[in-house]
Ligand binder design. Structure first.
Ligand code: SF4
Length: 84
């Protein structure tokens, strides 16, 4: 059986590897094909990370899909607006 200090250090190591995800499931974000011509596409969204990722939604993202979190590039909270 591991000594108390060894168990503690083991726990610290596990926490160091823990990276909380701030991304949502596609189903929770309403990800899918646009339902209206005015829906913004992923490729024009501030959260899109080409060629197929998103800062907010997990998994592979297609440029011609959309979701409820869509923000125009350069919109509120964007890196561009923040001066980064
Ligand atoms: S619309 Fe934006 S937030 Fe939603 S999945 Fe596409 S890139 Fe991500």
């Amino acid at each position: 059986m591991a000594r108390r200090s060894e168990r503690y250090l083991s726990g610290v190591g596990m926490m160091a590897n823990y990276i909380p995800s701030r991304q949502m499931l596609k189903s929770d974000a309403g990800y899918g094909p646009p339902q209206d011509p005015s829906d913004g596409l992923c490729k024009a969204c501030d959260y899109f990370v080409g060629p197929n990722k998103c800062e907010k939604v997990m998994g592979d993202i297609a440029p011609y899909m959309t979701c409820d979190l869509w923000e125009p590039q350069g919109g509120p909270g964007s890196n561009e607006e923040m001066g980064y």
